[in-house]
Design a protein around this ligand. Structure first.
Ligand SMILES: [Ca+2]
Length: 249
């Protein structure tokens, strides 16, 4: 009798322990314990209102047979921080403006802006054959020692791009033995945009010339422009007016 009663007590003790401490049975706290209705617990919703966090995981269904799936957690509040501002608009290319780096219309009546060279008679500021205004640059070299008469001007293009050279010229009586040349200096060598070579020229009026110079003309402290005239007769001349060097856009 006593042994039978002891066995009963032992079984009851196990049942009491089992009912009083679920952790002993290894139940995961994340799992909703099956309720009377058999429904899974509701997952916790995201609570952060700062970042609009994702909602909590869906609740897991009860593990016991018959338990239904838990209801998904509520989404986090969307009243969190606003989306970051968009990147600034990229600067546009800018239309830019043309900058005049050098201009001589010769109306001052001098060639102060120029450096003159021989051996021919030098270029002068002359009223005999102007284009715009009353004065132009004019050379009557009276020698065919090439180049006979030169005038050049240094025009720094540092900080500038898209260099352009324009001028008007009128060549009178230039024949095969004569020469007119216009050019620019890239810091190392002269590059000519126009030269008559063995051709003749006898302009009835001024001819406008405009040249967009290559990148070698850009950002060059030693950039310079130059006009050369070579002609033997007193009736032969080179006439230049409206010399302009511009940069950009
Ligand atoms: Ca002029």
């Amino acid at each position: 009798m006593c042994c039978y009663r002891n066995q009963v007590r032992s079984v009851l003790a196990v049942l009491v322990l089992t009912a009083g401490c679920s952790s002993i049975l290894g139940l995961d706290d994340d799992y909703a314990v099956r309720t009377d209705a058999g429904a899974g617990a509701v997952g916790a919703g995201g609570t952060s209102s700062g970042g609009g966090n994702d909602g909590g995981d869906a609740g897991r269904g009860g593990t016991a047979a018959g338990g239904s799936a838990g209801t998904g957690g509520l989404g986090g509040s969307s009243s969190g921080g606003a989306a970051g501002g968009g990147g600034g608009t990229a600067g546009s290319g800018g239309t830019g403006t043309v900058v005049v780096l050098f201009e001589d219309q010769f109306e001052s009546g001098t060639l102060a802006a120029w450096t003159l060279g021989g051996p021919g008679d030098p270029w002068i500021a002359s009223t005999s054959t102007p284009n715009a205004g009353a004065v132009a640059g004019r050379a009557v070299p009276t020698t065919t020692s090439d180049p006979a008469s030169t005038m050049e001007a240094v025009v720094s293009t540092v900080g500038h791009t898209n260099i352009r050279l324009e001028y008007d010229r009128r060549l009178l009586g230039i024949d095969g033995a004569d020469e007119f040349r216009a050019g620019w200096f890239n810091g190392v060598t002269w590059i000519y945009v126009e030269e008559t070579g063995s051709a003749s020229a006898n302009d009835a009026a001024y001819v406008h010339r405009a040249f967009s110079l290559p990148p070698g003309a850009e950002n060059e402290a030693g950039f310079a422009i130059r006009f050369e005239c070579t002609a033997g007769a007193v009736s032969e001349s080179c006439n230049v007016d409206g010399v302009i060097v511009t940069a950009g856009p």
